[in-house]
Design a protein around this ligand. Structure first.
Ligand SMILES: Nc1nc2c(c(=O)[nH]1)N[C@H]1C(S)=C(S)[C@@H](COP(=O)(O)OP(=O)(O)OC[C@H]3O[C@@H](n4cnc5c(N)ncnc54)[C@H](O)[C@@H]3O)O[C@H]1N2
Ligand code: MOO
Length: 405
């Protein structure tokens, strides 16, 4: 099978994906960063009445046209406790921020601009006020039945505030995609155990879990499974029964005698779409469908599994979850010579340094082995070297993908 170019493989994967249509109703407190499945409509008008924007006195502008007017204070309007009466010529009402403007008043005089007389029974104006001054008109923010946010909007903190203010105690949002994660390999043991001879600590699933969570997906951890056909098939069955939208496997994707994932998946009913991509690391990536479930068979090498996740799992999950792609692509200047590339698109781990002019200077790590998690965790970006890219000298431009956004 020829190696598939990265962009072609990405397009093929996305062409088979449909955004999730399942909807759930959630209380606002549980809806952070979820995606609205319908228009958010105002259930009331805000402000619900003409409200004072300042602490001071509500009055008729014509009564305070000239400085030095004297007005009788006939009551108080506070937030939560409005004044019930009507204000007439020569009268004012003591008012506080957020309180309803009494009937008859058409402006607010700041308390700093009023002199209290007779122990507060009357005031003298020290400033003239115009009609409407310091009044927030009823409905200036939104009116009942207004459409305020479209379906597809992400409920970040500003939108949750709006949803609450519009008296939507619950919201209808798309369900999260469910990703089943299966780590394969006889050599794997969990962190916290003492590895035996030939054993290593399993790390890929932890990264996958975190990445899926960041992308708004739920994770079903299928644990560690030995390189055995029946064990892999049984785990795949669990993913199907759970209704997973995506099954991600790591390890066993290559061509060794113990690389059984593809044959176990095929035996379980997977239809392979493509296998082996023209990229480094991550060449053995395999992609298929098992019923309604997308299957991504990631290589076992930890760095390969993460590079494949950023390039394939991330766009797939964003598409399924109605989310925009994180903005990872940046232009950088390289700080070291890069040799000409072969036919595999390279993703070089590099450190970035911000320059005074806002640009990035990129220093690739000397060793790029796809097993080196220490390098990945201390890198900031992946420098993209297209197939057959010519050599680059320091100071030349290169495209990079930020590892953290
Ligand atoms: N003859 C060939 N050999 C290999 C080829 C090839 O084309 N021909 N491709 C190489 C490339 S490239 C890669 S990448 C690896 C990927 O192989 P597998 O997907 O089969 O991965 P494994 O052999 O199972 O594991 C590779 C490596 O990663 C470690 N590993 C596996 N799972 C985990 C995990 N969950 N956490 C941490 N580390 C893990 C595993 O112990 C191995 O060291 O194949 C090359 N070989
Ligand atoms: O493609 Mo492998 O991922 O080079 O190590």
């Amino acid at each position: 099978m020829a190696l598939l170019p990265v962009e072609e493989a990405q397009a093929r994967l996305l062409s088979t994906a449909t955004p999730i249509a399942r909807v759930e109703t959630l209380p606002l407190a549980l809806a952070k960063n979820r995606i609205l499945a319908e228009t958010l409509t105002a259930h009331l008008t805000q402000p619900p009445f003409d409200a004072s924007a300042m602490d001071g006195y509500a009055l008729r502008a014509e009564d305070a046209a000239s400085v030095g007017a004297e007005l009788k204070v006939i009551g108080v309007s506070a937030a939560g406790h409005g004044f019930d009466g009507t204000l007439n010529a020569g009268e004012c009402v003591r008012i506080f921020t957020g309180a309803p403007v009494p009937a008859g008043a058409d402006c607010i005089l700041l308390q700093e601009d009023a002199e209290k007389l007779d122990d507060g029974a009357r005031i003298r104006t020290a400033f003239s006020v115009s009609k409407g001054r310091h009044i927030r008109p009823m409905g200036q923010d939104f009116r009942i039945s207004d459409a305020l946010l479209p379906a597809g909007a992400r409920l970040d903190y500003t939108r949750l505030m709006l949803a609450a203010a519009t008296n939507n105690a619950t919201v209808n949002v798309y369900k999260k995609p469910l990703v089943a994660v299966l780590a394969t390999g006889d050599e794997l043991v969990l962190p916290g155990t003492t590895p035996g001879p030939s054993q290593i600590i399993a790390s890929n699933s932890f990264a996958l879990h975190a990445l899926c969570d960041d992308l708004g997906a739920d994770v079903l951890d299928l644990g560690l499974v030995a390189d055995q056909h029946d064990a892999i098939k049984a785990a795949v069955r669990r993913a199907e029964l759970a209704g997973a939208d995506v099954l991600v496997t790591t390890g066993g994707a290559s061509v060794g005698d113990h690389d059984l994932v593809q044959s176990a998946l095929t035996a379980a009913g997977m239809v392979l779409d493509f296998w082996k991509i023209a990229m480094r690391p991550g060449k053995p990536l395999m992609v298929g469908r098992l019923g309604g479930m997308h299957v991504l068979g990631l290589p076992g090498n930890p760095v390969s599994s993460m590079v494949c996740s950023l390039l394939f799992l991330e766009p797939l999950l964003c598409h399924l979850a109605h989310q925009p792609l994180p903005k990872r692509r940046v232009n950088v200047k390289i700080n070291a010579p890069l040799p000409a590339n072969d036919q595999r698109q390279d993703y070089l781990r590099a450190r970035l340094e911000s320059q005074q002019d806002g640009s990035f200077l990129a220093t690739p790590f000397g060793k790029q082995d796809s097993s080196m998690m220490n390098v990945l965790a201390n890198a900031d970006a992946l420098l993209i070297r297209p197939p057959f890219a010519p050599e680059l000298t320091p100071g030349e431009d290169c495209t990079a993908l930020l590892l953290r956004v």
